[in-house]
Write a protein that binds this ligand. Structure first.
Ligand code: PRP
Ligand code: URA
Length: 209
C-alpha cells in the first residue's frame, strides 16, 4: 500500500508559510519552492541505491559509498512541477529529467495531456514525479499511468500541498506509489482549488496572472 510521507520539518513549514502569503511575489515564490524541494529531496531519496567504490583518504585506502545517480529521473508535471526540478538537481546533479505536460480543463477540472518527453531508459530508473499541487489528483494519476505504460516500476510522487481527496485518489489508482508532501490542507473549493492552499502554483511561479 502506498505510504503518505508528510515532511513537515520546521524550516519547510516556515518557507511554505511565506509561499502561501498572497503578497509573496514570483521571484521569492520560485526561490522558496526550489529550497523546499531540495529539503524534501533528502527524504524522498532516503533509500536511493548506493554503490561501493575504493578511494584513498590521506590516511589509508577505504571502501566508500556513493549515490548511483544515473539511476534517477525527475519528471515534472508541466508547468508548475518545473519549479521543483532545480532543487532536486542540486541534490542529484546527474539525474535525468523528463517532462509531462498536463493542464486542467477549467470547467471539468479533468487533466488534458499536451506533451510528453521522457528519457529513453526511464523504465530502468527510479522516478520522482514533481507537482506542487495535489488537488483532485487527476493530473497526478494520469502522469503516473503514463509512466507505467512506459514500463516504470519504481515511482514516487513529490508535492508541496495536497488535500485528502487527491491523496486518496492517487492511492486508489496507484497503490505502489509513495506520496511525499509538505502539508495536507483542508479541502477543495467549488473551482477545485486547495483551501487554504497557495492559489494557482503555475501562475505564481511564472507570473502569468
Ligand atoms: C495545476 C497543478 C497540478 C494540477 C493539480 O496545474 O500544477 O498539475 O493543477 O490539480 P489536480 O490534482 O486537480 O489535477 P494546472 O492545470 O493549473 O496547469 P499549470 O501547471 O500549467 O498552471
Ligand atoms: N492547481 C493549483 O495550482 N492550485 C490549486 O489549488 C489546485 C490546483
Amino acid at each position: 500500500m502506498s505510504q503518505l510521507h508528510v515532511i513537515d520539518h520546521p524550516m519547510i513549514q516556515h518557507k511554505l508559510t511565506i509561499m502561501r502569503d498572497k503578497e509573496t511575489g514570483s521571484k521569492d515564490f520560485r526561490e522558496l519552492l526550489k529550497e523546499i524541494s531540495l529539503l524534501m529531496g533528502y527524504e524522498v531519496t532516503r533509500d536511493i541505491p548506493l554503490e561501493e567504490l575504493e578511494i584513498e583518504t590521506p590516511i589509508c585506502r577505504m571502501k566508500a559509498k556513493r549515490v548511483s545517480g544515473r539511476k534517477l529521473a525527475i519528471v515534472p508535471i508541466l508547468r508548475a512541477g518545473m519549479g521543483m526540478v532545480e532543487g532536486l538537481l542540486n541534490l542529484v546533479p546527474v539525474a535525468r529529467v523528463g517532462h509531462i505536460g498536463l493542464y486542467r480543463d477549467e470547467t471539468t477540472h479533468q487533466p488534458v495531456e499536451y506533451y510528453c518527453k521522457l528519457p529513453e531508459d526511464i523504465h530502468d530508473r527510479m522516478v520522482i514525479v514533481t507537482d506542487p499541487m495535489l488537488a483532485t489528483g487527476g493530473s497526478a494519476v494520469d502522469a503516473l499511468t503514463l509512466l507505467k505504460k512506459r514500463g516504470c516500476t519504481n515511482i514516487r510522487l513529490m508535492c508541496l500541498v495536497a488535500v485528502p481527496e487527491g491523496i486518496a485518489k492517487v492511492q486508489a489508482a496507484h497503490p505502489d506509489v509513495d506520496i511525499y508532501v509538505a502539508a495536507v490542507d483542508d479541502h477543495l473549493n467549488e473551482n477545485a482549488y486547495i483551501v487554504p492552499g497557495l492559489g494557482d502554483a503555475g501562475d505564481r511561479i511564472f507570473g502569468t496572472k
